[in-house]
Design a protein around this ligand. Structure first.
Ligand SMILES: [Fe+2]
Ligand SMILES: [Fe+2]
Length: 336
């Protein structure tokens, strides 16, 4: 790609122009232009996904080190991350405050009052809505914990080993059938959906893509390691409560255990993972980096915000599909 651009630089003019407009529409005005957001987040996702291996044609990776793609990603991330950081207030805390705040957050988020979105999923969605929930969530669920693999390498420490232990459990302890993503694939198949990764990329709201791109952003930049850890801690702590609503929805709809197994395994395992993240990852890192430890709180709070925004977007998409199930069904089938 870079050689082609070098030979004909004007080939990128239209794209660059569109990108500049979309960046302006997303991050300069009121940020309400969702078509600009989806364009930005899809561009970023398509570049970020090259960090993972998909067991497909090797030539699909021939542009992974493209200077052009690197520049596009940097340009987007610079504007986007500044905009995101403005949405969540975070301040520098001293190390004793960080310890207290992390313990309080962990307590609060382990078993919170269900959100409006959680209640809607638990009490109201139809089977069609449940299928849509799975289709959208599959973009992350089928490759889950992939970004964690990107922060494991490097010098040995107890923190590194605890992160590896969590990773090992996410990856089913070496058994494909027990890998969390395999549970997701089983759920999809049980509902007659496509279990190939990215099958439903076209119906994923920008807020969900932003959540995935955020995880790439933090895991690929070692300077942001503490923020990544804070974000992962929030996910592990909060997942049991939020997935309980999904599981109860499946049960209310009379679906069998295979159709809810991914939620089940997380309700069990993530209570443990959350405690490990707090006691064996975050608190030891606080000792090691007392000056910068507040970044874990920042990462935690930002992830909480991004997760809630993504959940709200998924529910909005489900509500829309409940209003017009035929149309959505056709769209989903056309994607298979
Ligand atoms: Fe998992
Ligand atoms: Fe986990």
């Amino acid at each position: 790609m870079d050689a082609r651009i070098l030979a004909k630089p004007q080939a990128t003019d239209t794209f660059n122009e569109k990108l500049d407009i979309a960046l302006e529409d997303s991050f300069s005005k009121d940020g309400e232009d969702s078509s600009a957001h989806i364009f930005i987040q899809r561009c970023l996702y398509h570049i970020n996904r090259l960090k993972l291996f998909w067991y497909d044609e090797l030539q699909n990776y021939s542009n992974e080190n493209s200077r052009f793609l690197f520049d596009v990603r940097s340009k987007i991330e610079e504007r986007w991350s500044a905009w995101e950081e403005n949405q969540v207030s975070s301040k520098k805390l001293n190390s004793s405050e960080v310890a207290q705040v992390l313990c309080e957050r962990a307590d609060e988020d382990l078993d919170p009052e269900p959100s409006e979105e959680g209640k809607y999923i638990r009490d109201e969605i139809s089977e069609n809505g449940y299928r849509r929930l799975l289709a959208i969530a599959s973009l992350d669920g089928l490759v889950e914990a992939s970004q964690l693999s990107r922060v494991l390498g490097g010098a040995a420490s107890d923190v590194q080993l605890m992160l590896t232990k969590i990773f090992w459990e996410e990856y089913g302890g070496g058994k494909l059938g027990r890998k969390h993503s395999s549970h997701f694939a089983t759920m999809l198949e049980e509902l007659g959906l496509d279990s190939r990764p990215e099958a439903y990329l076209d119906i994923v709201p920008w807020e969900v893509l932003a959540n995935i791109n955020h995880s790439f952003l933090l895991s690929e930049q070692k300077r942001k390691f503490l923020r990544y850890v804070g974000g992962l801690m929030f996910i592990e702590i909060s997942v049991p409560a939020s997935f309980r609503n999904n599981k109860l929805a499946g049960e209310r709809l009379g679906l069998n255990g295979e159709a809810t197994s991914y939620w089940d395994i997380h309700i069990k395992e993530d209570i443990r993972h959350g405690q490990w993240m707090l006691n064996d990852v975050a608190l030891p890192l606080l000792e090691k980096y007392p000056e910068d430890a507040w970044e874990m709180v920042m990462g935690y709070d930002q992830q909480k915000f991004l997760s809630a925004r993504a959940a709200a977007a998924i529910v909005a998409s489900i509500r829309k599909s409940e209003d017009d199930p035929v149309l959505v069904q056709e769209k989903m089938e056309s994607l298979i």
